[in-house]
Design a protein around this ligand. Structure first.
Ligand SMILES: Nc1nc2c(c(=O)[nH]1)N[C@H]1C(S)=C(S)[C@@H](COP(=O)(O)OP(=O)(O)OC[C@H]3O[C@@H](n4cnc5c(=O)[nH]c(N)nc54)[C@H](O)[C@@H]3O)O[C@H]1N2
Ligand SMILES: Nc1nc2c(c(=O)[nH]1)N[C@H]1C(S)=C(S)[C@@H](COP(=O)(O)OP(=O)(O)OC[C@H]3O[C@@H](n4cnc5c(=O)[nH]c(N)nc54)[C@H](O)[C@@H]3O)O[C@H]1N2
Ligand code: SF4
Ligand SMILES: [Mo]
Length: 717
């Protein structure tokens, strides 16, 4: 190939939500031959990772890539498919969805995506609404949902707005940036070098814990007690921001009274962290400006919202909200529309009485349905509806960009629910365990083949992902699939309302940019666009809560009969019956991120499997000795309330605490026989329950701090 024919295209990696700026070298045929970091990107400032450099191109150009629609010809899950054209595929999809709709009504159709962090979220939601269904699933109950809902109802609106670069103290809670967010990790190391204090709260010895000035190692699930003790410290020391609290906070006195219960000694007894360390952390944070950096480690838990409420209250009363070196509130160029805006825009809504039927809106109204954060469903209840027909039948699912069978807890139940459907269509890049039980599989474009415009709160910046070349085979974008499907549904008289008005990605992206003054041309040229914003304009940019203030005392929780004040809620293990604790004496933590994988992605890539060949479970040497486990042994792990044992490989070290097993998530083995491809064997979600104790606000189940037990399966070879 003539080297002069190569172009370099500025883009943004979308393999995770770090939004790193990239420079993609493209050959004359439109194939990406190199992906490199873009040092000019204000979001990543030259940071990048192997998933963007290697995994994305390999995923795009691999031989196992799905490049044509496939229709099932054998029994479900038999692995027998025939290739069909897009017309036939979309006809079949439309006919099946229309039949379910005619028989059971619009809400019997459900969509599923990862979340609203990528445009496929709102595209799916608006597609479903157009068909008369308010039901779409996002997996944020398992991800950042507790944080987001706490942030929303408290009114802080700071998710993603960490000003690490200017902080004097970083408070990292349940966050492992070295693996999960390379740009943030680089920023943290820079901060540390210039003398910023780093306080880490994490039961696991992460690289951040090793770098920290102070590492607090709580028992899993107990963090709220530390946050409340830190609030108490501010109150006792008179170190709260009096002006901000007086003008902009609702319920300070009640919060102070609640926090008074949490002396460092009380918190120490709950968490196992020495009282002197809690006091020291409080002092460091109080000195400020301090930036709270939170992660998944305290989310996706049945006490997640209360834990986040405690930390969000801490941020607010300490005066670190929307301040240099603190936590920035969400910023946007005026006129720009975010995906969240689309979900809540009255122009794209179903009548309220229909949206109130969203599955889960009755139990979790601040999560699901018209008043909910993303208006999506409560996933576990959707699976229940598939299996039982309650509260009403759900008979067809269109899943795109989510590997439900691997990533939702209780793999057996998920697979049974999927198999029970009248129709299942999955859009994917490769044949995943979710796609393998579908009736129809559609080939999806990747982040090298589709244009995307996104607002990232991290730096305040609009980022741009380029379609660097034509899609492989016949792969299509979510929007193109939705448009083709809607045309057919319309012809069948099965469209309820025209709520997805864009015909192309270009139209959609231009609608998002709106009248913001940011031009598509500039985005295409640079790969990003910055915009001016103001910090701390509290009089004009009001807090989006019923009182118009930061609600330390939440009027919305009070209205629902829930505790309006942040509190420590004991994790599952401490509430379990003695017999359960006896049978399951250890604690299981899931979801530790690995640099090579993004959840269930890239398991087919040889280089990644070479770096990380097996699902690891970290076991403390004392635990290992007590159970006769040696490093490298295969062990079976069972969780209380779960539906089976899974096999993991023991990594014996003191990175984890005695009595705690720490593992990752997302394992399946594409080389194994389908349709499960090992998802019932090495996938930790096959050991978990999706019907246990749930957060009363988000309906999240615990993905950590779960009582469990372990036994040896095979010695290390
Ligand atoms: N390489 C890679 N990067 C990713 C992903 C990936 O799969 N691979 N996934 C992306 C996604 S979708 C997400 S949501 C993020 C998640 O990334 P992070 O937000 O960093 O979350 P985790 O890596 O799940 O966990 C962070 C830490 O929480 C700790 N933790 C567990 N339980 C507790 C607890 O009870 N209290 C405290 N204080 N800490 C606890 C764990 O020990 C771990 O060190 O990563 C994103 N980045
Ligand atoms: N037990 C336990 N369960 C967990 C977690 C945990 O820590 N513990 N973590 C939870 C978290 S934080 C999350 S975010 C979820 C993740 O759950 P998922 O979102 O399901 O995870 P992935 O494996 O990243 O992505 C699923 C599929 O999306 C496809 N895909 C990738 N990019 C695109 C795209 O651009 N468009 C489309 N249409 N498809 C694409 C991939 O090929 C892949 O097959 O899992 C959750 N589940
Ligand atoms: S951290 Fe890696 S996967 Fe995530 S956006 Fe950056 S390059 Fe992509
Ligand atoms: Mo996530």
């Amino acid at each position: 190939m003539d080297a002069t024919a190569h172009r370099v295209v500025p883009s943004t990696c979308w393999e995770c939500s770090a939004y790193c700026g990239s420079l993609v070298t493209v050959d004359a045929a439109g194939k990406a031959v190199k992906v490199a970091p873009n040092p000019a990107s204000p979001v990543s400032r030259g940071a990048f990772c192997v998933k963007g450099i290697r995994a994305l191109p390999e995923m795009t150009y691999q031989p196992a890539r799905l490049t044509h629609p496939l229709r099932r010809v054998g029994a479900r899950g038999s692995g027998r498919w025939e290739r069909v054209g897009w017309d036939a595929a979309l006809d079949e999809m439309a006919e099946n969805l229309a039949a379910v709709r005619a028989r059971h009504g619009g809400p019997a159709l459900v969509g599923a995506v990862s979340g609203a962090a990528f445009s496929r979220g709102p595209v799916m939601a608006l597609l479903m609404r157009s068909l008369g269904s308010p039901n779409w699933m996002i997996n944020q109950d398992l991800c950042g949902g507790c944080r987001a809902v706490s942030d929303r109802i408290t009114g802080t609106a700071i998710t993603g707005g960490e000003d690490v670069a200017n902080a004097a103290c970083l408070l990292l809670v349940g966050r492992n940036p070295a693996a999960a967010d390379p740009p943030q990790w680089m920023e943290m190391k820079r901060a540390k070098e210039r003398g910023c204090k780093v306080v880490v709260i994490d039961p696991f010895r992460t690289q951040a814990a090793e770098l920290a000035d102070l590492w607090l190692r709580p028992r899993p699930g107990t963090d709220a007690a530390i946050a409340l003790a830190m609030i108490r410290h501010l109150v006792v020391a008179g170190a709260w921001d009096r002006g901000f609290v007086a003008r902009h906070c609702h319920g300070f006195d009640a919060l102070a009274e609640r926090a008074a219960r949490y002396t460092p000694e009380t918190a120490a007894a709950i968490t196992g962290v020495p009282a002197s360390d809690i006091a020291r952390a409080s002092e460091l944070y109080a000195a400020g400006p301090s930036c709270f950096v939170s992660g998944h480690g305290i989310d996706a838990a049945s006490n997640g919202v209360q834990t986040f409420r405690a930390f969000h209250a801490l941020v607010a009363i300490s005066g670190n909200l929307d301040r240099v070196g603190g936590n920035r509130r969400a910023k946007r160029p005026p006129g720009f529309r975010t995906w969240m805006d689309l979900l809540h825009d009255p122009r794209f809504r179903l009548p309220e009485e229909v949206e109130r039927r969203t599955i889960g809106a009755d139990r979790y109204p601040l999560w699901a349905g018209p008043l909910g954060w993303q208006t999506a469903c409560h996933n576990s209840s959707v699976l229940e509806a598939m299996l039982t027909g309650e509260p009403y039948p759900v008979r067809a699912l269109y899943a795109s960009g989510v590997n439900i069978a691997v990533m939702y807890p209780d793999t057996r139940r998920t697979l049974a629910a999927l198999r029970s459907l009248d129709f299942l269509c999955v859009a994917a890049h490769t044949m995943t365990p979710t796609a393998a039980v579908a009736d129809l599989v559609l080939p999806k474009t990747t982040g090298l083949e589709e244009e995307e415009v996104a607002l990232t709160p991290k730096v305040p910046c609009v980022t741009y992902t380029a379609a660097v070349g034509p899609p492989q085979g016949e792969a299509r974008s979510d929007l193109d699939i939705a448009v083709g499907l809607l045309d057919r549904m319309r012809a069948l008289g099965a469209v309820e309302a025209e709520l997805l008005p864009w015909r192309s990605r270009e139209e959609f992206n231009r609608f998002l940019i709106g009248a913001s003054g940011i031009s598509m041309e500039a985005l295409r040229r640079d790969g990003f666009a910055r915009f001016p914003y103001e910090l701390g304009d509290f009089e004009n940019q009001v807090f989006a809560t019923p009182t118009g203030k930061v609600e330390l005392h939440s009027t919305q929780l009070e209205k629902l009969g829930l505790d309006p004040l942040p509190d420590y809620v004991a994790p599952l293990d401490r509430q379990a019956a003695p017999s359960v604790r006896e049978a399951y004496p250890l604690l299981l933590q899931t979801g530790i991120r690995e640099r090579t994988y993004h959840h269930s992605r890239f398991r087919e890539q040889a280089w990644a499997r070479k770096v990380s060949p097996d699902p690891k479970v970290h076991v403390h040497p004392d635990t290992a000795a007590a159970h006769g486990l040696r490093d490298g042994a295969w062990v079976a792990v069972e969780a209380a309330g779960g539906s089976g044992a899974v096999r993991l490989r023991a990594a014996v070290s003191d990175r984890t605490q005695p009595g705690v097993l720490t593992t990752g998530v997302g394992w399946w083995l594409p080389e194994r026989p389908g349709p499960e491809f090992g998802a019932l064997d090495v996938n930790v979600n096959a050991a978990l329950s999706y019907t246990g104790r749930m957060d009363p606000v988000t309906g999240s189940v615990d993905t950590g701090a779960i009582p469990c037990r372990v036994r040896l399966v095979a010695e290390a070879q």
